[in-house]
Design a protein around this ligand. Structure first.
Ligand code: C2E
Ligand code: CA
Ligand code: CA
Length: 640
């Protein structure tokens, strides 16, 4: 049979183009990347030997048998290896990790078996051989090769789909194209063996993978032409793996938010592009754009940092010009430079990213090794705390303490604030000020809040029988809970479960800085729904935030809790005292009840009493205590 070679020749050409694309453009030596490069080379071997093997099969008498065998066997082997490599490649991009050793063992043993059965098959006649008439023949194990390849591709596909959430639609599409093309070409070849398209299909498959995963655009911001965050992470990883020290210089555009506010999005974007262009011209291939207002340069460890600072400052001295010639404007860009020398490059990429953000937040011009270590330690502590929180949720490890609140008019304690406590066998007592923000970030604060609320309901229902004089308990709500669609329904159901009057709880909400309209709507709906049924609300930490007045006017709050720092400040400073007393007067005038927290001395209590404070909470009366102690406290103070 005469086979057509033009498809294989096209495949050689396509692979050469791919090689040029891979090697001419900047790239990273990640594991994924290395495997891809090996795949491209093997692909070249596949297409090259495919051309040769097709010639030798078509004209067997024109070539020595050894050459025909070698070409065909190398073709068959390298073709099978592509499936092995594909599995390794998918393993490296899907980063499941769990099956690493299993995959390495399977792929290496399969490779050895394939090599043995293919390269001995002229003698064994198992896979392919030339018979006595020098005609090309397929052996009984040829089918096995296809089955192995198909199985490897299926495993790869399952692994990829398992982690497919991490990938873009196009990436998922490309991997699926790879698989469809693989099966399609094998089936096509079976029915039309004359048209040897499988090498070409393979090149096409590689093109898909390249465009989806290896294209340098994957590492570049289209607009700024700077490396993106992914590239930043990959670069830090590379330094760590190769143990190369470096210096990172973080450049933050200080007036970014103002610019966006004043100039609008599109002008600001243009300005950032100009900044990126300038940086790129000065520091080719070293500029990383972490986010809109933050660039990072990764430079060699022996860089003269002082010189670079001068150079960068100079770069930003002149205003940047945006717009076209007739319509251009000049805008100054002010920056904050932080130099981060990393002498000990075992810091990992995510840690380094946090270091960059943290030195910028603290406006540090030079980060020392200690600063870096601090950030890393903090990050590790946070990770540890996240696990402790997870465990506490699972094993009921939280406790709820109560801090009594004094009613000034009656001298009794009709309410208390429920405060959560977490104790770890290793880290000891962990303050809610530390763990609540972590739980807010990873969303678990919802479960924690539900748990606290359920415990409080349970306590109130039990305390009713004891006649302890508890009218209501104050429960803290995290903003994350307030913005949760289900909040009102869940809490009302819980109250119903214990057959409690909704007025037996008061929910404390804290103001947050950003008030997104959509979120505020949910918050308002949640609060209104509960308020209609009799749940009351207070604003916590009044005076310490931003949106206090807005909250006061828009939300159904009956109680305002003045932040303890305001009180403490007032005790030290007469102006602050005026703010405190003035605030209290204003709140009275609009008909709110006032709680002041952090009351530690009789002197504080006297001043507050004079100014019409309704409720007081603080160490002067009681620290937050466990339920049993709280009950004792109530028996002593509330029950006549
Ligand atoms: P917060 O809501 O402002 O709670 C009052 C904090 O002030 C409590 O700290 C309390 O122990 C403390 N405090 C009260 N009186 C005094 C005093 O006289 N002197 C001093 N020095 N401190 C006093 P705690 O229990 O450490 O709670 C800290 C924060 O953690 C709370 O601040 C609240 O924002 C949050 N938190 C506590 N429990 C929960 C909860 O169940 N859910 C949510 N979302 N947050 C909670
Ligand atoms: Ca509170
Ligand atoms: Ca407070």
């Amino acid at each position: 049979m005469i086979y057509s070679t033009q498809y294989s020749i096209a495949s050689v050409a396509a692979t050469l183009v791919l090689i040029a694309m891979c090697f001419l453009k900047q790239n990273y030596a990640t594991k994924q990347n290395k495997i891809f490069r090996i795949m491209v080379f093997v692909n070249l071997v596949v297409s090259g030997t495919n051309v040769g093997s097709l010639y030798t099969i078509s004209h067997p008498h024109d070539y020595p048998l050894a050459l025909s065998c070698a070409l065909n066997m190398i073709y068959m082997f390298s073709f099978s290896m592509m499936a092995v490599l594909f599995l390794l490649y998918i393993d490296s991009i899907s980063k499941i990790g769990k099956y690493k050793i299993a995959i390495e063992m399977v792929t290496s043993s399969i490779s050895i078996v394939l090599a043995i059965i293919i390269f001995t098959s002229q003698q064994t006649r198992l896979v392919l051989y030339f018979d006595n008439d020098l005609q090309y023949q397929r052996g009984p194990y040829m089918r096995l090769l296809y089955i192995i390849a198909a199985a490897l591709i299926i495993i790869a596909d399952v692994m990829f789909m398992y982690s497919s959430r991490r990938f873009s639609g196009y990436q998922v599409f490309s991997v699926n194209c790879f698989i469809v093309l693989a099966y399609g070409s094998i089936i096509f070849q079976k029915y039309y063996p004359r048209y040897a398209i499988s090498a070409l299909a393979l090149s096409l498959m590689m093109m898909f993978l390249y465009s989806a995963f290896e294209n340098p655009a994957y590492y570049l911001y289209k607009d700024t032409r700077c490396f993106n965050r992914r590239a930043f992470l990959a670069t830090i990883k590379k330094h760590r793996k190769k143990n190369i020290p470096y210096v990172a210089i973080a450049i933050k555009i200080i007036n970014y938010d103002f610019m966006r506010h004043d100039l609008g999005q599109s002008k600001t974007e243009n300005l950032i592009l100009r900044v990126a262009e300038h940086l790129n011209n000065c520091y080719r291939r070293k500029v990383f754009n972490l986010n809109d207002d933050c660039f990072v340069l990764i430079l060699e460890a022996d860089t003269d940092v002082k010189e670079q600072r001068v150079r960068l400052k100079k770069l930003f001295e002149e205003p940047f010009e945006i717009g076209d010639r007739e319509n251009s404007i000049k805008l100054p860009v002010s920056i904050m430079l932080s130099v981060i020398p990393v002498e000990n490059p075992n810091i990992d990429e995510k840690e380094m990213e946090t270091v960059v953000h943290s030195v910028q937040r603290d406006e540090k011009e030079l980060a020392t090794g200690e600063d870096i270590q601090d950030v890393v330690d903090k990050l590790h502590r946070q990770e540890k705390l996240a696990t402790i929180i997870d465990n506490a949720i699972e094993n009921n490890g939280f406790e709820v303490y109560y801090q009594p609140i004094l009613d000034v008019a009656t001298g009794t304690y009709p309410s208390a604030e429920a405060l959560i406590r977490l104790k770890d066998s290793e880290l000891g007592f962990i303050s809610p000020e530390e763990f609540i923000p972590i739980a807010e970030k990873n969303g678990r604060v919802i479960e924690i809040g539900d748990m606290v609320f359920a415990r409080v309901c349970d306590f109130i229902s039990r305390s009713r029988g004891m006649n302890l004089g508890v009218d209501y308990i104050e429960v803290n709500l995290s903003p994350v809970q307030c913005y949760h669609e289900e909040l009102a329904r869940k809490f009302l159901r819980e109250l119903g479960k214990y057959d409690l009057d909704p007025s037996s709880v008061n929910l404390e909400i804290t103001e947050t800085a950003e008030l997104e309209t959509r979120k505020v709507k949910i918050l308002q709906r949640n609060l209104d729904n509960m308020n209609e049924r009799g749940v009351t609300f207070s604003i916590d930490d009044f005076g310490s935030g931003f949106a206090a007045i807005d909250y006061l006017l828009r939300l159904p709050v009956t109680i305002v809790k003045i932040d303890k720092n305001i009180l403490w400040q007032a005790m030290k400073d007469s102006k602050a005292m005026k703010v405190l007393t003035g605030t209290m007067r204003m709140l009275k005038e609009i008909g709110k009840h006032i709680v002041v927290e952090g009351v530690e001395t009789e002197e504080m209590a006297a001043i507050l009493r004079e100014n019409g404070c309704d409720y007081m909470q603080g160490y002067l009366y009681s620290k937050p205590v466990p339920e049993s102690q709280y009950v004792e406290f109530l028996k002593m103070n509330n029950v006549a």
